[in-house]
Design a protein around this ligand. Structure first.
Ligand code: SAM
Length: 212
């Protein structure tokens, strides 16, 4: 996907490159991000999902609430990061219940990988964080392992697992569902380690108009 040949679908307004900018991958119906945007009016929020059939509920709800600091786009995570978001723009990545691809031969399809972490490094601000939650222990261990193997670019800031953890924020759709089922959930926060700090580069929203 590029800005010129395949516009992302979502609100008929530019990508809000305000600072700070939080980015949710696989936001589904947007329950978590909409609530967070309501509580943080001076932060920009972008949620993406590959399925419009989920996103349309998010878009409708934001329209009803009249929130101006959040956008949703139908997009694939690598595509959107590589081709839409500028370097050094994201301060928080939210990745909740990413598809676990549980079978051995499917693991290569998982979003969180060495390549993803490298791309996230490029697209994030200094001291950015990646917040993840999953019920899938193998994927959780893989994510932590990928961070530990990142040669100091990222570090595990916090992690916890359990059945009765209270969510810090509004739970996502899957978190609410799995908590009700009594599943063990795994939460982790990864922080970007920056050797040489470079000021974030921001794009004037006017210049992002073709991305609508
Ligand atoms: C298990 S659901 C979790 C939804 C939501 N995060 C929650 O916690 O309720 C995973 C979501 O990720 C989306 N998804 C999967 N791969 C994706 C990708 N590569 N880029 C963007 N979204 C993706 C799916 O369409 C789905 O909505």
């Amino acid at each position: 996907m590029t800005a010129s040949n395949k516009p992302v679908i979502g609100f008929n307004s530019p990508v809000p490159l305000t600072q700070p900018l939080e980015f949710e991958i696989g936001c589904g119906k947007g329950r978590f991000l909409i609530d967070r945007a309501g509580h943080h009016p001076h932060t920009g929020f972008i949620g993406i999902d590959i399925w419009w059939r989920f996103l349309k509920f998010a878009v409708k709800r934001v329209e009803n609430l009249g929130l101006s600091n959040i956008r949703f786009y139908k997009a694939e995570a690598f595509d959107f990061l590589q081709n839409v978001l500028p370097d050094q723009s994201v301060s928080v990545f939210h990745i909740y219940f990413p598809d676990p691809w549980p079978k051995k031969r499917q693991k290569k399809n998982r979003l969180f990988s060495k390549e993803f972490l490298e791309l996230a490094s490029r697209k994030s601000t200094d001291n950015a964080v990646i917040r993840v939650t999953t019920d899938h222990e193998d994927y959780y261990l893989q994510m932590c392992g990928t961070v530990i193997a990142s040669e100091g670019r990222w570090a595990v800031q916090s992690k916890r697992s359990g059945i009765s953890n209270s969510p810090d924020d509004t739970p996502t759709h899957y978190e609410a569902k799995y908590r009700a089922e009594g599943r063990t959930l795994h939460y982790a926060e990864f922080v970007k380690r920056t050797v040489n700090s470079v000021p974030p580069a921001f794009v004037d929203t006017k210049s992002t108009a073709p991305l609508r």
